[in-house]
Design a protein around this ligand. Structure first.
Ligand SMILES: Nc1nc2c(ncn2[C@@H]2O[C@H](COP(=O)(O)OP(=O)(O)OP(=O)(O)O)[C@@H](O)[C@H]2O)c(=O)[nH]1
Ligand SMILES: [Mg+2]
Length: 440
């Protein structure tokens, strides 16, 4: 659909993800593109600057550059910054009066009437409140009937419409709800194709007269960035307390959510994820950001890697790698740890990019482990003593071949040699912007 921001992010991330290492140049380049994408999505420039600055600062920090696959970590850092921005302490429905009043506004077909019924169900289930539904749509008898039918499905009464004044009907409904002990009145309004004066005027009057606890703008996620202009108009002319993003079960990634948050500063409180009346969820910033970025997989992979390679461990190990004092015993311990992450390629991919790669010879982690297990502690601590007859014994014991044992030892030796070089290189540091940058 119209979800430019999501597409743009995917391109940028496809690119940075491919980088084994991050340099000042590719970080700047990626941040520049991210910045443009955010600006193009009407995100306020101050907000953009804040997100970019924080991302840069964190990406340039030791934690990202050092241990884990940096391209992935870059995305994770940006993801987390965006989640921070999208998180609002006031994203819960705030209902302070009895009966409380919720006013639903939005363009035609956005999903207001459906939401009225969904909301009634949610309030009943989660808060034990039984709402009364009111259709302030006096032009279309069918709209009133639609609300009644949907309401009946969730056990919520629809207030009968009499007369031609929406204001009076709402007033009557509030009185009725009070008399019946109904805890909430949900007002569904008529949508228009475009924003027009009459619609705004009517909403404003309802607001002035009855001060709703919540005035929610219902936005169709499929309309993409256009939703932003709608949001600005509604907020300026009527004043809203938040939004509900509907139809997130469709193709739309929901990029408009970022813009909405930025231009209005208001929270998204709920999301509609289907046509069924149970398909309403509380807004979850992390979920929507992952969706917008199309990056759920990466974020979880990065998290998994972080968990498996806990910080202290990674640090200790890396020191050994750098000083080239690693032996096969260390290697075996690490292999066990890292096995939790998954495939050999994934493990190698998570190591600092400056370190040499070890080929598993196609045999997989299990075979390497078997070889290491068949060695004595002494052999692992001092691989130099592993002569021909020992190799033969190890191969037999591990159910592998002498060639495989040789391959592992050869690779390990080569890796150690290269590590020494990488270590020397790393001791020379380049300082950019007050941050020590490894020279490799
Ligand atoms: N897939 C999907 N469809 C939805 C969702 N919310 C609403 N719809 C559908 O969108 C269409 C319009 O929904 P309505 O609730 O009638 O929209 P409205 O804002 O009341 O429209 P007007 O009263 O004409 O202004 C209906 O076919 C709904 O079933 C949603 O979260 N997901
Ligand atoms: Mg409707």
């Amino acid at each position: 659909m119209f979800d430019r921001i999501a597409e743009t992010f995917q391109d940028i991330f496809k690119n940075i993800r491919g980088h084994g290492s991050l340099s000042e140049k590719n970080i700047s380049q990626a941040l520049r593109e991210v910045r443009l994408a955010l600006l193009a999505a009407d995100v306020n420039y101050r907000v953009v600057k804040d997100i970019i600055d924080r991302t840069r600062e964190e990406v340039l920090g030791e934690k990202v550059l050092r241990s884990l696959k940096p391209g992935q970590q870059f995305i994770k850092v940006f993801h987390d910054q965006l989640v921070r921005f999208m998180t609002d302490p006031e994203s819960e429905l705030y209902l302070s009066h009895i009966p409380s009043l919720i006013l639903l506004a939005g363009l035609q077909g956005a999903g207001k009437t459906t939401l009225a019924a969904k909301l009634a169900l949610m309030l009943k289930e989660n808060r034990g409140i039984t709402p009364l539904l009111v259709a302030a749509d006096l032009q279309r008898p069918a709209a009133v009937e639609q609300l009644r039918v949907l309401g009946a499905k969730v056990g919520a009464e629809a207030f009968p419409i009499k007369g031609n004044s929406a204001l009076k009907i709402i007033g009557d409904a509030i009185k009725y709800a009070r008399s019946q002990g109904l805890g909430c009145v949900i007002v569904d309004t008529a949508g228009r194709l475009h924003i027009d004066k009459k619609m705004m005027e009517e909403l404003r009057k309802i607001k002035e007269r009855y001060s709703p606890d919540e005035t929610l703008l219902v936005l169709d996620a499929m309309t993409g960035q256009d939703a932003v202009n709608v949001a600005v108009d509604f907020d300026r002319q009527v004043g809203i307390t938040g939004a509900v993003l509907t139809k997130l079960d469709g193709d739309a990634r929901g990029g408009a959510a970022i813009s909405f948050r930025s231009v209005t500063g208001r929270p998204i409180k709920l999301v509609g994820v289907g046509e069924k009346l149970g398909d309403l969820q509380a807004f979850d910033a992390a979920r929507i950001v992952s969706r917008i970025l199309g990056m759920g997989d990466i974020v979880s992979l990065a998290e998994k890697a972080q968990a498996a390679l806990d910080e202290g461990d990674a640090e200790r190990w890396e020191k050994k790698w750098r000083k080239a004092t690693i032996d096969l015993e260390d290697f075996r311990v690490q292999l066990r740890q890292l096995k939790k992450v998954g495939s050999w390629d994934a493990i190698m991919g998570m190591l600092p990019s400056a370190l040499p790669r070890l080929d598993d010879g196609g045999g997989g982690i299990k075979r390497m482990e078997a070889i290491l297990d068949s060695m004595s502690r002494e052999e692992r601590g001092n691989p130099g003593i592993i002569n021909g007859s020992r190799r033969e014994r190890i191969a037999r014991g591990s159910g592998t071949s002498i060639q495989e044992v040789n391959q592992l030892l050869k690779q390990f030796k080569l890796m150690k040699k290269m590590m020494g070089k990488a270590g020397e290189l790393r001791n020379k540091k380049l300082t950019i912007g007050g941050v020590n940058w490894p020279l490799s």
